[in-house]
Design a protein around this ligand. Structure first.
Ligand SMILES: *Cc1c(COP(=O)(O)O)cnc(C)c1O
Length: 451
């Protein structure tokens, strides 16, 4: 049997159910079997290649099949592939925890592990409520998030997020969060600065905190960029105001850095731009450079201490676990990733890449169907609109999908979020590759908006 795209995709479509997809689309939309990857490129079985402009859903940092990370995983697999993390420990998890504590904002001194981002969010939510319960305040059991925030797909994480498309079928199953207005600068009044808008929108959060703080365990936010809802960006002053208000009202602040951590936004962690330390920080995605699932929740020591008690007070202990918690293979992938971040001085190097991205997107700013080009470090988003400045295309027209298809035919893997086309490339893209991305994206948008 020949091993080409067609034969693999036929076999695939007979047995695999793909994530975040309406499978019927594949009656006409090609399924792309990927044979291998190298650097920012993905290769299919027909000999075509694709520049991975979205880092395979934001997980990849240093390119595909990166040799250093692959080598560390292979060596660790021959030594110790896994051991349960209850009652046992191992060198990779100790080293990783020490490094994460050192790299994250001061005050985050303790690390709990999970395997995926959604699970990290669940851990933070449970731990926050359990903390208040241990402090004799069991009534603090609700959560606040921002309009359009996303925190994952498991029931707890989906319930406290605010993306209707992913939630609508499951409404009856949730513990719903309170929703505060988003500081997303795209919604600002003409002439209003992002900072002024963030301050104005904060009044909505303040009102929720003032009214409900007795019942609230935590506020959870995506810092600086609301990724899943279309790379919506906001000013860091919002996080400073939120940190102070959470302190005042005795409500935890959970910062979900799962998508934006590890240098995406121009600093190692997004919340650094507001100079704050949250009570909990959730990490995953880029943590292993995109090789293996691993998630970490960093927290303040006093939270840990509230669970530290005599065994007979068993209700105080955090009895949460996942089978693969702290997997050594994933931990060494993370250690190798942190080595690369340091050795390549990635925060500094990404500033230059971010400038290339800005330059490549510059011509799109004048496009008649582009409402906005916005950027935060290594994330650049282009908002396609029916008419400028802000009349959206109806979602049913699926303009983004046309951009995706055009990209596939021209060596670029763009996977827009609705009408938002974005670049979130691995930290190995060259100036030439970004120029290619700029050229193809502009043509794709012309193509998708021509009638
Ligand atoms: C992707 C994502 C998650 C969920 O992580 P999974 O590993 O997909 O479960 C949570 N929060 C944010 C901000 C994300 O982008």
């Amino acid at each position: 049997m020949s091993r080409n795209n067609r034969s693999w995709s036929e076999r695939d479509l007979a047995v695999v159910w793909h994530p975040c997809s309406q499978m019927k689309d594949h009656e006409w939309l090609p399924m792309v079997p990927i044979s291998h990857g190298e650097g920012p490129w993905l290769y299919d079985f027909d000999g075509r290649r694709y520049l991975d402009a979205i880092s395979s859903w934001w997980v990849n940092l240093f390119g595909h099949a990166q040799l250093r990370i692959a080598g560390r995983i292979a060596a660790q697999a021959r030594r110790l592939e896994h051991v349960l993390l209850a009652g046992a420990t191992h060198q990779p998890i100790i080293e990783l925890s020490e490094r994460l504590v050192k790299l994250t904002p001061p005050g985050l001194d303790r690390v709990f592990y999970a395997d995926i981002g959604s699970a990290a969010v669940e851990v933070a939510l449970k731990m926050s409520h359990h903390y208040w319960r241990n402090m004799g305040r069991a009534g603090k059991r609700r959560f606040v998030t921002l309009a359009n925030d996303y925190h994952g797909e498991t029931l707890g994480a989906l319930g406290i997020g605010d993306i209707a498309l992913y939630k609508q079928a499951y409404g009856s199953l949730f513990h719903e969060a309170l929703i505060a207005p988003s500081p997303d600068a795209w919604q600002a009044q003409p002439g209003e600065s992002a900072a002024a808008f963030a301050r104005r929108q904060f009044a909505g959060m303040e009102a929720i905190l003032a009214r409900h703080h007795e019942d609230l365990a935590a506020v959870i936010v995506e810092p600086l960029v609301q990724c899943a809802s279309g790379m919506r960006m906001y000013h860091p002053v919002y996080l400073s105001l939120l940190r102070a208000a959470c302190e005042r009202y005795e409500v935890h602040l959970i910062v979900d850095e799962i998508a934006v951590g590890f240098g995406r936004t121009g600093t190692l962690f997004a919340c650094e731009q507001a100079g704050i330390t949250p009570d909990f920080m959730c990490l995953s995605k880029g943590l292993t450079g995109g090789f293996l699932p691993l998630a970490a929740v960093l927290l303040r020591e006093p939270i840990y201490q509230a669970f530290y008690a005599d065994y007979r007070q068993i209700e105080r202990a955090f009895l949460h676990s996942h089978s693969y918690t702290g997997n050594p293979l994933a931990c060494v992938a993370a250690l190798a990733t942190l080595d690369l971040i340091e050795e390549q001085d990635i925060i500094h190097a990404n500033r230059e890449r971010a400038r290339w991205m800005a330059a490549a997107a510059e011509p799109l700013r004048e496009h008649p169907h582009v409402g906005e080009v916005r950027q935060c470090g290594m994330i650049l988003a282009i908002e396609m609109v029916q008419t400028r400045p802000r009349t959206p295309y109806p979602w049913q027209e699926r303009r983004g999908l046309q951009v995706f298809r055009y990209g596939l035919e021209h060596e670029c893997w763009l996977r827009p979020l609705g009408n938002v086309v974005y670049w979130m490339p691995p930290y190995v893209v060259t100036e030439e590759q970004i120029a290619l991305l700029g050229k193809v994206t502009a043509q794709a948008i012309d193509h998708a908006t021509r009638d």
